[in-house]
Design a protein around this ligand. Sequence first.
Ligand code: BDR
Ligand code: CA
Length: 324
Amino acid sequence: PKKVILDVDTGPDDAVAIIAALLAPELEVVGICSVNGNREVALTTDNTLRVKALMGADVPVYRGCEYPLVATLTPGRRPGIPRREGQIRPTGSRIQGDHLPFPATDLTEEPESAVTWLVDTLLHAEEKITLIPVGPLTNLAVALRAAPRIAEHIEEVVLMGGGHRVQNTTPMTEYNVWVDPEALEVVLQSGCKVTVVPLDATMECYLTQADADEIRGFGGPGAEAVAFLVDEWLRDYRDDPAMKGYPGVPVHDALAVCAAIDPSILTDLRPVCCHVDIAGGYADGQTCLDLRARLEKEGANCLFAFHADREKFAATLKKILKNG
Ligand code: BDR
Ligand code: CA
């Protein structure tokens, strides 16, 4: 199996991604790092440990960075983050609160910080490791700044973040990149092979009520948890006028995991030159693509997935959950 490290800010779709990665025979999860993102890092770590406990998994969890690299240092630039416990609690939702609705656990994170562990593990790895960050890129950016040679030990970075035509946080930004724009820019300039799985792809890869029902039928803690999360998420969307007409729920982070297993799920995957707007203005955190033809050959710093195959994604996820 392919050795992978997950980097998560565990909310519902990160949970699906973790479950899929733990169950997929194609992947060996070496460790899971948490980061500030969907919630403050204490909560994303706790949620990650709940998923680990639910799955009975023997995988170490490392707590990562509490703050973005730069974005919260300027007063007013990021007023809402890091989100503190109880700060944002959408009424009625069972999956968008501080804690995922899985049993609390006595499991604890490892004593080492995520960044220290990442550096040590990568520098001493006998084979290259694939990184799958599905939250803000803070941990990897700090690790790359602290020990640039880790880049030589990274097989590929398959990250969920950014958007070209699709955004979800400000008019120009996707959430993970909005939280820590500078961190993605560090990763894009690192020389690592980077595959970007943006909203353009993840919003095409929704799961429906029929998918949830089928997945529940597989049985087992992983499939049942995924079916439960999708059910609840669908319920939230039914009450959300902004999602009216959208045929399901997008489990963004699970697409990155499935793409690490089978890149052909990402269709229209093109080499592009991508930089992040870090100027602090209206488009702060935007993933800006240079699509001029010349740069596809010369200046590309990532592969960017403009589309993805929903049927293939759903089939891959179901196969993992069925056999898990
Ligand atoms: C991303 O933001 C987070 O809320 C999700 O977990 C996903 O990683 C989608 O924009
Ligand atoms: Ca996430």
